[in-house]
Design a protein around this ligand. Structure first.
Ligand SMILES: Cc1cc2nc3c(=O)[nH]c(=O)nc-3n(C[C@H](O)[C@H](O)[C@H](O)COP(=O)(O)OP(=O)(O)OC[C@H]3O[C@@H](n4cnc5c(N)ncnc54)[C@H](O)[C@@H]3O)c2cc1C
Length: 330
């Protein structure tokens, strides 16, 4: 619908943004959800997909990744409605009362905006060792776009969490050789992945760390120096690609410049979850008020409040109260 403003733009596809999309669809609102990450789920997906969660209403216990899958299933997004790998970099209102949100890839216009940005946009944690920064994109990678690019290559994976092991398992059958090093003795990943990797061709070294990346004289990775922690024992590996998965860091970044009244790392809201910029609402971890508790359960309630109140602006004359959900609304 080029030219037609959306009803809502939801920035952040963590658990709260995903439930916001469901609420929007219940109100028959046109909406997109934007997220900087390549997949939805926010902190749950990035930090604890394999952890049990015991305090989400209706689930005596649920694995992080299963909760996110259930939220996506419940929202039943149309193709393209959840737009991953799209960090929102700007938000501004225009005189006609609409809001413009620009991402690294596109621009969107809507009648109201819901900010469910949590603790901020996630980005891979960079490894600060000699050569790593200079050779990023030239053999040092923090994400894999196409595993086929690693076919027949000598690959070093750095990290011991789910991302490191999942990628090691995905790349091992393609690579000429694969070494995985982790700075701790034990992995912090799903047991099944640890077992599968142990049974593969991969060379696994713990507790080892990467200490230097060396180039081939033309600006491409050629060797990596690794060290067994606490011993000073060094080894030089001949490698073509180094995949580094040592966690994520989150930053509110440009949200602070959007005029929504950011204080510290939060956005104060009123009882309708509206920020100081009328028409822009916040919910979930980023929303602040007296007595706030950062939990998935509280975020669900907040985003239902935000979306339903936003509907009074989106459709003048509409009630905030949605009525009760006796059947699927879409
Ligand atoms: C280790 C750990 C365990 C936890 N365990 C529990 C638990 O058991 N029970 C519980 O209730 N809570 C738990 N929590 C807290 C819970 O994860 C958070 O309350 C919840 O994730 C908040 O959801 P959210 O959607 O508000 O934000 P987030 O999950 O942080 O999601 C925000 C999303 O917004 C995206 N984003 C941010 N800025 C932008 C931008 N500019 N453009 C595009 N996208 C953007 C981010 O990439 C992210 O995906 C735990 C937290 C941690 C760290």
């Amino acid at each position: 619908m080029p030219g037609d403003p959306l009803d809502l733009i939801i920035v952040g596809a963590g658990p709260v943004g995903l439930y916001g999309l469901y609420t929007a669809r219940m109100r028959k609102a046109s909406a997109v959800v934007l997220d900087s990450l390549p997949e939805p789920g926010g902190q749950v997906t990035v930090l604890y997909p394999s952890k049990w969660i015991y305090d989400v209403a209706g689930f005596p216990q649920v694995l992080g990744r299963d909760l996110i899958k259930a939220l996506v299933d419940q929202a039943a997004p149309e193709p393209g409605q959840i737009r991953c790998s799209e960090r929102a970099v700007d938000l501004f209102p225009s005189e006609d009362g609409l809001f413009h949100v620009t991402t690294e890839k596109a621009s969107y216009v809507a009648r109201a905006v819901i900010l469910t940005v949590g603790i901020g946009a996630f980005a891979p944690r960079r490894l600060r060792v000699p050569g790593a920064q200079e050779l990023e994109g030239h053999g040092v990678h923090y994400r894999v776009d196409n595993p086929e690019d690693l076919r027949d290559r000598r690959v070093l994976v750095v990290g011991g969490g789910d991302s490191a092991l999942d990628w090691a398992l995905a790349v091992e059958p393609l690579a000429r050789s694969l070494t995985l090093i982790h700075m701790l003795e034990e992995f912090e990943a799903h047991e099944d992945s640890v077992e599968k990797l142990g049974a593969s061709r991969a060379r696994i070294l713990t507790p080892w760390e990467l200490t230097e990346v060396m180039d081939d004289g033309t600006g491409r990775v050629e060797r990596a120096r690794i060290r067994r922690r606490g011993t000073g024992e060094d080894e030089i590996l001949e490698v073509d690609d180094i995949l580094i998965f040592i966690g994520q860091v989150a930053n509110l970044g440009s949200v602070k410049e959007w005029g929504v009244g950011v204080k510290g790392n939060s956005i104060p809201v009123d009882t309708r979850m509206q920020t100081v910029l009328p028409g822009v609402y916040a919910a979930g971890d980023v929303a602040a008020y007296d007595g706030k508790i950062d939990l998935i359960a509280t975020g669900f309630g907040e985003v239902a409040t935000a979306v339903n109140n936003a509907m009074t602006r989106v459709r003048p004359g509409a009630k905030a109260a949605p009525g009760h959900s006796t059947k699927r609304g879409f």
